[in-house]
Design a protein around this ligand. Structure first.
Ligand SMILES: CC(C)(COP(=O)(O)OP(=O)(O)OC[C@H]1O[C@@H](n2cnc3c(N)ncnc32)[C@H](O)[C@@H]1OP(=O)(O)O)[C@@H](O)C(=O)NCCC(=O)NCCS
Length: 153
């Protein structure tokens, strides 16, 4: 597996993965816009030259908002999302992020498991945050700890 930054040629395959995974997916144009955003870092995972997953972070005054963590179904449970998140955290700290946050559907057990594994902690529930279907969001944060090192969070 290779983890690298999003390139223009990735936006079409990535939006197809999104469409398979989410009821309200990001479009190719949404990803294309991110490439130009200097406050965003967007990583993709590649297997045999094919994009199979992604993860992004936008630095808003030191808060790193993580979005669109996704791995194509056939490639799940091989550690790809965990690796993408760890690399996003490492590079996010390097670009000045002090704390990371994300939201997730409360029923999304695999995603919550991965987020907690890399150090995110639930700090609350936002009722009825999601549509299609309506569902509460769990708000998670990963705040820097004294024990964090560039390789281990
Ligand atoms: C969430 C997602 C990105 C995880 O990707 P992934 O590459 O499979 O993740 P990893 O392989 O790194 O880790 C998966 C972990 O979830 C665990 N897991 C799988 N199914 C689970 C379940 N139903 N309940 C709890 N844990 C589960 C696996 O055992 C594994 O943990 P482990 O490494 O400790 O054994 C992927 O499932 C996905 O794309 N889902 C659809 C999109 C989505 O919901 N994204 C999150 C939006 S906030």
């Amino acid at each position: 597996m290779v983890i690298r930054e999003l390139r223009p040629e990735d936006v079409e395959p990535l939006s197809a993965i999104e469409a398979r995974a989410f009821s309200m997916p990001w479009s190719a144009e949404d990803f294309a816009r991110l490439i130009k955003d200097r406050n965003s870092l967007y990583l993709v995972a590649e297997e045999d030259g094919k994009v199979v997953g992604s993860c992004g972070v936008t630095n808003v005054s030191g808060d790193g908002e993580i979005d669109n963590v996704v791995v194509d179904e056939a490639f799940r449970n091989r550690g790809i999302a965990t690796a993408l998140l760890r690399e996003t955290l490492r590079r996010g700290y390097a670009m000045g992020v002090e704390a990371f946050t994300l939201e997730v559907r409360v029923s999304n057990a695999p995603a919550i498991h991965v987020y907690e594994k890399v150090g995110f902690v639930s700090e609350g529930i936002r009722p009825r945050f999601y549509e299609r279907p309506t569902e509460d969001a769990m708000i998670l944060w990963k705040r820097r700890r004294d024990t964090d090192t560039p390789d281990r969070f």
